[in-house]
Design a protein around this ligand. Structure first.
Ligand code: ADP
Ligand code: MG
Length: 327
């Protein structure tokens, strides 16, 4: 199977989406911008051995390659319009490609986000997606908009991906039933696109949690020139595996669970701020798109990140450092 056969068989589909004047097949794709909208564009690369284990289920890998990019659009409150895929493959394995394309294109269809082009080459397995979305001019959610007095929220669950990672690395024993749930969260994250759209005009800032809650919050605080206090006692309630199974909580060191939720990474939830006066608007937006959100703290004028327990006692935030690719 040559390069062009491969592209035709697995990555070319007839369905033309509105706004896609030209998809796969020519030197460029042509996308028609909607008047009054800005493009929101993001790229994310997944490298074997760095972002996923060799032998990861290709269907899940296809899903994740696009999901992490849709998550960036969600964080900006942008609507997906299309994406490109740059793919380096060690070999043209048909079964692998079939499954990979299925996972990728199923998620693409669910978000009306067609594959419009890309590049394919031989090399160590490497997946790079660039996603194109659009947002009404001036309305994108940014990291820089948090203001003192704003509430701080996170969507969905945090920490499960880290528990799965530790288990897969053999550093943690996770009962099979719990591992399955956690591994699903690690390998097939749900991008919070609907929530991002619903938060336009409500949230003052947003970011998606890819490197861990505290680390990603640090980006918001620096960009906004503010500080924050986070209630660490909520952290454990954010871990789905613990919420689903009472026994799970007892199996682990509480501090380890707290660390997984606060610094775990690979969660792809939205971390956002909103004025306290808009609490009911936040609740309505979350309910309308069926995604739970939890208020975990507040933004303050005093720079820095303060972590407190249920009694309001200070905890050492430095102990919960984020996962750093170059660390
Ligand atoms: P060029 O030589 O101009 O770089 P290519 O031969 O690499 O073009 O690609 C031919 C067509 O196939 C282009 O439209 C390109 O966007 C598309 N394409 C290549 N690889 C992929 C892929 N993995 N997924 C989707 N489209 C692809
Ligand atoms: Mg090319």
């Amino acid at each position: 199977m040559g390069e062009f056969d491969l592209i035709r068989r697995f990555f070319t589909r007839p369905a033309a989406a509105p706004g896609v004047a030209l998809g796969v097949g020519d030197d460029c794709a042509l996308l028609q911008p909607t008047p009054g909208m800005q493009w929101a564009i993001s790229s994310d690369m997944l490298v074997e051995g760095r972002h996923f284990f060799a032998g990861t289920d290709p269907r899940r890998l296809g899903h994740k390659a696009l999901a992490v990019n849709l998550s960036d659009l969600a964080a900006c409150g942008a609507r997906p319009r299309g994406f490109t895929l740059a793919l380096a493959l060690p070999e043209a394995n048909e079964a692998w490609l079939q499954a990979f394309a299925q996972g990728l294109l199923q998620l693409a269809d669910a978000h009306d986000c067609p594959l419009v082009g890309g590049d394919t080459t031989r090399g160590p397995l490497n997946l790079c997606v660039t996603v194109f979305g659009e947002v009404p001019t001036g309305q994108a959610l940014l990291r820089s908009g948090a203001r003192a007095g704003d509430d701080l929220y996170v969507s969905g669950h945090l920490g499960d991906a880290r528990l799965a990672l530790e288990a897969l690395l053999g550093r943690l024993r996770l009962p099979q039933a719990l591992l399955q749930g956690a591994q699903q969260r690690l390998e097939q994250p749900t991008p919070r696109v609907a929530l991002g759209l619903a938060l336009r005009g409500i949230a003052s800032s947003a970011i998606d949690v890819s490197d861990g809650l505290l680390g990603d919050l640090g980006h918001v605080l620096r960009a906004s020139g503010t500080g924050a206090t986070v209630d660490a006692s909520i952290a454990i309630t954010l871990i789905a595996v613990c919420a689903d199974s009472e026994s799970a909580k007892c199996q682990f060191d509480l501090d380890f669970l707290r660390q997984s939720a606060l610094a775990g990474g690979d969660d792809y939830e939205l971390l956002f701020t909103a004025p306290a006066a808009l609490r009911s608007a936040v609740a309505q937006a979350a309910q309308a798109c069926g995604t739970a959100v939890t208020r975990i703290g507040r933004i303050e004028a005093e720079p820095g990140l303060r972590l407190v327990d249920a009694q309001g006692q200070a905890l050492d935030a430095q102990r919960y450092a984020s996962f750093d690719h170059f660390g």
